[in-house]
Ligand binder design. Structure first.
Ligand code: GLY
Length: 326
């Protein structure tokens, strides 16, 4: 079977005119190239999803791992999950601090009897596994939080799409302005391997400025779900994704016989009617690739077996597309 791959680096406001499109495209394509090479050399979908999530978590441009946004108390708390469609097994960590790659803990928990751990328990596991302590704070996220604190936290979310490299193109101040106008980050990967196994993974720093204890969709089946028929990773406002139960809804529709494109169209039409702000990437077992969004832009890229493509310049508004585009 020909492997397929789709990844995302969040959803948000338009990248147009900000010099950000090419920079984001390069970042996403670099990940696609490395992860797709693993799949074509016989790597499993699970290995591919974990590697893809690690690479995206390590890129400070995206709101996961290094570069995660800060919560209302100025701390980073991250959430990540992994779902194996073949075993139909979900695992994850919720609100973990001081680790470099939360997806690694989700991977470890795949074979544990207790498969979703939160804050204190997740930290205990990291200590047991002797995972080194790591601070994923970046200057941009700290500046963003301090600016917002001065305004007494009027925003309900942080800017979660940092659109340029620090030294590239723009000043720190302009990046801060852009970062705070862009929103709704998370990273995600869905892969189909040569054996036909589907796996989905999602990781996030949350929405930024949230109350301590707020739980993201990213480590719930609402935000990350797979069966042997389809896999989905979501991005956007967690509360909206949970209210739609978006990932599970799309996957169950495909599992019950709907085509992936129809399941995406139906689910995004419902999300639009309900005025949600979200996006999703998806694969089915036959190798169809799909993405959808109600937000202005979704930062997604894919490999359809022949070439890479992306969604960075798709028109604003609710859109559903497939891997033949871009
Ligand atoms: N979708 C990421 C979050 O809201 O936490």
């Amino acid at each position: 079977m020909q492997p397929k791959l789709i990844i995302h680096g969040g959803a948000g406001s338009s990248l147009k005119g900000k010099g950000g499109v090419e920079v984001v495209r390069r970042s996403l394509y670099k990940v696609i190239e490395e992860v797709y090479a693993l799949l074509t050399s016989g790597g499993s979908a699970k290995e591919a999803v974990v590697l893809g999530c690690q690479l995206l978590e390590d890129n400070p441009r995206f709101n996961a791992g290094t570069g995660s946004v800060l919560q209302s108390d100025g701390q980073i708390r991250m959430s990540a999950s992994l779902m194996d469609g073949t075993s139909q097994r979900f695992s994850g960590v919720i609100n973990i601090s001081r680790v470099k790659n939360p997806i690694e803990l989700a991977q470890y928990l795949q074979s544990s009897p207790d498969r979703v751990l939160s804050d204190y328990g997740a930290a205990e596991l990291a200590r047991e596994l002797q995972i080194p302590s790591y601070n994923g704070l970046t200057d941009l996220r700290l500046q963003e939080w301090m600016q917002e604190r001065q305004d007494n936290f009027q925003r309900t979310m942080a800017g979660v799409v940092a659109e340029s490299d620090f030294a590239e193109h723009e000043s720190f101040e302009s990046q801060l302005t852009e970062s705070t106008t862009a929103r709704r980050g998370t990273i995600g990967v869905v892969a189909l391997d040569t054996h036909g196994n589907l796996v989905a993974g999602t990781s996030t720093g949350g929405k930024g400025f949230e109350r301590i204890g707020r739980v993201s969709d990213s480590a719930m089946p609402a935000g990350n779900y797979a069966t042997q028929y389809a896999g989905v990773s979501c991005t956007g406002i967690g509360e909206d994704i949970i209210d739609e139960c978006l990932a599970a809804k799309i996957v169950v529709r495909v599992t019950d016989g709907m085509s992936l494109q129809e399941a995406m169209q139906r689910s995004f039409a419902e999300a639009q009617t309900n005025k949600r702000d979200l996006g999703a990437i998806a694969l089915d077992a036959r190798g169809h690739i799909a993405w959808g969004k109600t937000s202005e832009v979704i930062l997604a890229a894919y490999h359809n077996g022949e070439r890479m493509g992306d969604t960075l310049e798709i028109p604003e508004g609710t859109q559903v597309g497939n891997g033949e585009m871009g």
